[in-house]
Each structure stands twice: as C-alpha cells, then as structure tokens.
Design a protein around this ligand. Structure first.
Ligand code: FMN
Length: 219
C-alpha cells in the first residue's frame, strides 16, 4: 500500500502541529469511539519482541484527579527549588499540567515481566521495554493531534502518588500521566521556546554522518 502525497502531507502536518498542552482544555467530553481510536493507535506501536508491555488507565473520576493534582503541586514546589533564583521566577509562571481541566487523564504503564523473563530483543539492553511504552505514547500523542485532541505529559509527580491513587501494583512501572482533551488552540511553538526557556536546536546539529562529530554535536 502506497501513501499518497496528500496523506503524507497530513502525517507531517500532524507531527509539526502536535503540542504539549496544559492550559487550553475546553472541557468538552471525548466520545468513546474517539478515545478507543487513540488508544488503539497507541496499542499498535512497535515494541521489543512484540512484547506490548503497556497498559492504559483512563482516569475520569474527579476525586482521583484531585489526588493526582495535589501530588503534582507538592512535587512542583520541590522541583522549582532545584533551579537558580532567576530560573525559579520564570519556572513559577509556567503552567505545567492540566490535570483537573482535561476531561480525562491516561496513565501509561509498563509491565516489565510481560511474556516471561527472556524477551527477544531485550537480552542486551533491558530497558527496551520502557522505550516501547514510550513509542505507544508517541503514537497516542500523534493520533490525538489528528483527532484535534490535545495531550499534556505530566512527569512532575512521584510514582507513589499515582500508584496509590490508581491502584497500580508494585511490579508495574509507571511511564506517564497524560492529560487529554479538546483544546481551544494548538500553539505554533512549544511554550518553553516562546518563553525563552530554551531554543529549538537546529536539526543540522543533531545529524551526524559516519561518526560523532563534536562540531555538529554541540548546542
Ligand atoms: C517525557 C516528557 C515529559 C514531559 N513532562 C512535562 C511536564 O511534567 N510538564 C509539562 O508542562 N510538560 C512536560 N513535557 C512537555 C515538554 O515540555 C514539551 O514536549 C516540550 O517543551 C516541547 O513542546 P511541544 O511538545 O509542544 O512540542 C514533557 C515531555 C516529555 C516528552
């Protein structure tokens, strides 16, 4: 099956207009079939040894969201203190989550023991299962963008908070908590770029030929 030019352009449009969304959720409900589509897209991600180590916990209960939000607030305060004073002033202006505003949260987990102790492709680098779960998140993120749904990744939260709030067993790794919902806008650029926190690195600096090149590998 060949991808047509129009379809190709749609894929790139989706990739380049995807954003991490925190502040522009409208609160509109996500229809069941749309949610199922983005979760199915996530489930069709590549995975080491076809291990499919992920699970998706959909959170739509407001008391549960409140517990998670309190966990974020705590962790965010501690995180802010790690930056220099100048950066702290800027840091506290950022909105780094949309836990209560987004109609649903999706916690993505990784079962590192799924399909037994020896997994094809994971025999040398054991962390390949974690990377596979992250592939599922990227699929979900892009599928969501194609559905005009925003996604915001919340990583400033202790695993214990999510584990307790969502009843996640001790042997299951927590990869991400995602806020998902319709949004009033997708910004043109990452908020951290617009705010001058960090610039986008030129793609040419990230590309090396045949060997690591210091000149190109620099900032
Ligand atoms: C692994 C990962 C964790 C992230 N955690 C957070 C987070 O806790 N809070 C937040 O506001 N954004 C978080 N982000 C979003 C990044 O800040 C964002 O992707 C980056 O600034 C580029 O912006 P864009 O996604 O809109 O292109 C995370 C992104 C990734 C990939």
């Amino acid at each position: 099956m060949k991808i047509s030019e129009e379809e190709r352009n749609a894929v790139y449009k989706t990739i380049f207009s995807r954003r991490d969304v925190r502040s522009d959720f409208t609160g509109e409900e996500i229809p069941e079939n749309v949610l199922k589509r983005i979760l199915t897209a996530a489930h069709h991600a590549p995975s080491v040894g076809f291990m499919q180590p992920w699970d998706f916990i959909v959170v739509n209960d407001s008391l549960t969201k409140q517990k998670i939000k309190r966990g974020f607030d705590q962790a965010n305060l501690a995180s802010k203190a790690m930056f220099s004073e100048v950066k702290q002033t800027q840091y506290q202006q950022f909105k780094l989550e949309g836990i209560l505003e987004a109609p649903i949260g999706i916690c993505v987990t990784c079962d590192r023991e799924r399909n037994g102790p020896v997994v094809l492709g994971k025999t040398v680098k054991a962390e390949m299962d974690l990377y596979s779960a992250v592939c599922a998140i990227q699929n979900l993120w892009l599928a969501a963008r194609a559905e005009n749904l925003g996604v915001g990744w919340v990583s400033i939260i202790e695993d214990d908070i999510l584990r307790k709030a969502l009843n996640i067993p001790a042997n299951i790794e927590i990869i991400a908590y995602l806020c998902v919902g319709y949004v009033s806008q997708f910004k043109d650029k990452p908020e951290l770029e617009s705010a001058g926190w960090l610039p986008r690195r030129a793609v040419e600096k990230a590309i090396h030929y045949n060997k690591w090149s210091e000149e190109q590998g620099q900032q």
